[in-house]
Design a protein around this ligand. Structure first.
Ligand SMILES: Cc1ncc(COP(=O)(O)O)c(C=O)c1O
Length: 442
């Protein structure tokens, strides 16, 4: 057990204090801000990560049962096979005046998985790849308006939705995203509709059919889309001549190799993947049908670091291992086990929780008037037990039976404390933040 005092006095907690004076917001990614988990207690920084374990700056070891690098490290941290391939690329030179041949090999491998696509372009992060996809869709259709549901990153095209209506993005996963700095002239160019609701979309389309460049969605986020929804979307996009874009940055590789749409039998015009496609190395792909992708030749899309060798090499090695190890089935089994642990431990202590999400993107919520307090308490008590615990768990191939057994034991103890002994456990530190607002306004 780690004491709360030692966690609060860790080198990581104090370094994060310094970071906030040097880096606005403290981190580069909202989801990695310690305040999202347990302010003043979360270890904040790692010295080493391997498998499903991380070590903080003082050498404390934790099993990661939380966001696993926001889902990027699907095979586990520092996977030997992927890292060996990357080291080979490093030794052979990661950059030169010529291009790396792995770009072409990766395109062939991804087309083999998604034979309805004919071409692809690469980037290195999800948000920029979505920016590229929307640019290509606008260039192809020669129209401006984008209808979307879901979260798609930090770019102007997306935040423009909040220029027209300051609550526009509130139903889209991350409330409170402010559009400061986004040109006001973009107002009205990105219009949200309710996810999984074809009627909401039809309503927004009515009367402006020939202005709509693209319909952009996450084909699955928390749950599978309702039956018939994706097919109806496909038909509507084709009918009005809009490019159908599936953002599979989070859902890709979680339920099958490649895009999750492979398991739904509906193919978009463009699909975008990033995150887990290269097991934590920077890589992103925009793949699509040939006539749409060719439109990227009619606009300017180009960047130096999109040519580095590490991304494609890591993606090829990740794909190879993923397929050989039947990773999808194993990830789904692990995710289902985590959900079962939550349910069983909550039942055993008479604690009200709801469990949701695809097995590999599982989440639970306390049914309580003060969920933020209980979430924070859960995370702190799990940290004391050597586990990065959170109300979400992203399964990886590195989570084995031993880790899951240790997790079950800890969840049982912590749910017991929350159910029976909450006041005694107390909460001496602030509750976690959620969404963007508190982080920007405090
Ligand atoms: C569906 C979706 N789209 C886009 C993004 C943005 O990707 P990135 O954080 O790599 O810029 C994310 C990241 O969480 C995402 O989940």
């Amino acid at each position: 057990m780690y004491s709360i005092e030692s966690l609060m006095q860790s080198t990581g907690v104090s370094l994060y204090g310094k970071a906030k004076s040097l880096i606005p917001g403290g981190t580069q990614l909202l989801s990695k801000r310690p305040e999202m988990f347990a302010p003043d207690v979360w270890p904040s920084y790692y010295s080493k990560a391997k498998g499903c374990r991380v070590w903080d700056l003082d050498g404390r070891e934790f099993i990661d049962m939380s966001i696993m690098a926001v889902g990027a490290c699907i095979l586990g941290y520092a996977d030997d096979e992927v890292d060996d391939a990357v080291v080979g690329a490093l030794r052979a030179g990661v950059s030169s005046s010529l291009n790396c041949p792995e770009e072409v090999k990766l395109a062939e491998a991804l087309i083999e998985l998604h034979p309805w696509f004919g071409m692809m372009r690469y980037a290195r992060s999800g948000g920029e790849a979505m920016g590229m996809a929307v640019r290509i869709a606008r260039a192809y259709s020669k129209r401006d308006t984008v209808l979307f549901s879901g979260y798609h990153g930090w770019n102007d095209w997306y935040l423009a939705a909040n220029l027209a209506d300051e609550n526009g993005l509130d139903g889209q996963l991350m409330p409170g995203l402010e559009p400061n700095g986004v040109p006001r002239g973009l107002a009205g160019t990105a219009i949200p509709f309710d996810a999984n609701n074809i009627e909401s979309l039809r309503e927004k389309v009515r009367g402006q059919e020939n202005r709509i460049a693209a319909i952009v969605i996450e084909p699955a986020r928390g749950e599978d889309a309702p039956a018939g929804y994706l097919k109806a979307l496909r038909e509507l996009a084709s009918e009005i001549g809009a490019v159908l874009v599936f953002d599979e940055i989070t859902s890709g590789f979680r339920m099958c190799a490649g895009g999750i749409h492979r398991s739904y039998g509906v193919s978009p015009d463009i699909a975008v993947m990033a995150k887990s496609m290269a097991n934590g190395y920077a890589m992103a792909v925009v793949m699509g049908i040939e006539k749409v992708m060719q439109a990227s030749q009619t606009t300017f899309i180009s960047s130096t670091n999109w040519t580095d060798r590490i991304g494609p090499v890591a993606a090829l090695a990740t794909l190879r291992k993923y397929q050989r190890e039947d990773a999808a089935a194993r990830l789904i089994a692990t995710g289902n086990r985590v959900k079962e642990i939550w349910r069983n431990c909550a039942d055993a202590h008479g604690l009200g929780i709801s469990v949701s999400g695809l097995p590999t993107l599982a989440a639970f919520a306390f049914q309580s008037p003060e969920p933020a307090k209980l979430n924070t308490l859960f995370t702190i008590e799990m940290l004391k037990r050597g586990i990065l615990g959170f109300r979400q768990c992203k399964a990886s191939l590195a989570h084995g039976t031993a880790e899951l057994d240790q997790y079950r034991q800890a969840v049982d103890e912590v749910f017991g404390i929350i159910a029976h002994d909450r006041e005694a456990a107390g909460l001496a530190t602030p509750v976690h933040h959620s969404g963007f607002q508190r982080l920007t306004r405090e």
